[in-house]
Ligand binder design. Structure first.
Ligand SMILES: [Zn+2]
Length: 343
């Protein structure tokens, strides 16, 4: 008798990947198996492909790896102890899988559990770039009919962006600046706009700024053209080493700076500026606490992230996407989606 297999994208070394037949995941007690319908590729995946990802060097992750942490699908099997009503439900799942026992977990911060696995990222937990995925039932979030698989796979990045927007603490009459118009930056801009703020965006290239304008953000600037206007909050969603300090420089006194981007080397800020301006600084890691609010925002139409998806490809094209190859017919958005059921 042969073991059932599924197709999965396997990263074996920096720059080395292939689609392989791997043993089909099994629903062990407490877990479910999901038939994956859509997966987003993000900057973290690219860092694993290039070998730059910090977790590789800290021992949290090792090749071979199965990537994919922005996903949506349908539950096809449940393990012992799992509510059978999950069967057939459309879901997305939390990337962060805390151990559920430590102090951080007990205090509601399982996303920063020191012993956590991260789906497709850390601790050997296989990711969603495959036909099927196994995850703990407790990490699931049901998707309403109004949130299809495309939107469902955008809940994870959306949750990160929503937390950044919430931390900015702005509303009607306020002005916010987002540094770095990638997926997270543009999603944060959308959530800030939904909160009523006037949103400005700062980026590097004419193309990305033109795309931001096409999404209804006319205040799109380069660092050189950034106007000398008061910003009540600044969200750094870039990977530029110097922008955390710029965020602190341009924010208004008593304003807020939010750090959700990450550079390849330490960024420094002058804490004298922080306290002399009475600024609140917030760091954001992970979407976990905001997943349900993100699903609600998408379902109600307060935020529509669909234009961010430039192309949808099959598993066979993931290596090319991670290598930065241009996908034929791709739109101007920053996000590539994968349909593991496709060719
Ligand atoms: Zn824990």
């Amino acid at each position: 008798m042969s073991t059932p297999t599924v197709r999965a994208f396997v990263l074996t070394a920096p720059g080395e990947a292939s689609v392989q037949e791997v043993p089909a995941p099994v629903a062990v007690p407490g877990e479910v198996v999901v038939d994956v319908e859509r997966v987003g590729v993000c900057g973290t995946d690219i860092e694993f492909f290039t070998g730059e990802m910090t977790y590789l060097h800290e021992g949290h992750s090792a090749y071979p790896m199965r990537l994919g942490h922005e996903w949506a699908g349908t539950v096809s099997a449940v393990g012992d102890g799992v509510d059978r009503s999950w069967l057939g439900r459309r879901v997305m799942g939390d990337t962060m899988l805390g151990d559920r026992t430590c102090r951080a977990c007990r205090r509601g911060a399982q996303h920063v559990c020191a012993h956590r696995q991260e789906v497709g990222i850390r601790g050997g937990r296989p990711g969603a770039l495959a036909e099927q995925l196994a995850v703990p039932a407790w990490s699931l979030h049901a998707l309403p009919d109004a949130v299809d698989a495309v939107l469902g796979a955008l809940v994870e990045p959306g949750g990160n962006a929503l937390r950044a927007a919430q931390a900015a603490g702005v509303g009607p009459g306020d002005r916010a600046l987002v540094l770095g118009p990638g997926t997270i930056g543009l999603l944060a801009a959308m959530f800030l706009r939904a909160a009523g703020a006037e949103v400005h965006v700062m980026g590097l290239g004419a193309e990305s700024l033109a795309f931001a304008r096409s999404l209804g953000f006319p205040h799109a600037w380069t660092e050189a053209t950034l106007p000398d206007e008061p910003f009540d909050a600044v969200v750094d969603a870039s990977n530029a080493v110097h922008l955390p300090a710029l965020a602190l420089d341009v924010v208004q006194p008593a304003g807020r700076v939010v750090y959700i981007g990450i550079a390849g080397e330490p960024s420094t800020i002058d804490t004298r500026t922080l306290l002399l301006k009475d600024v609140t600084a917030v760091g954001v890691l992970s979407a976990s606490p905001a997943l349900d609010d993100t699903i609600a925002a998408y379902a109600g139409g307060a935020v529509d992230p669909r234009p961010l998806v430039a192309a949808t490809v099959g598993l066979d094209r993931v290596g090319a996407v991670l290598a930065g190859e241009r996908i034929e017919g791709a739109g101007p958005g920053p996000k590539t989606h994968v349909d593991p059921r496709g060719a």
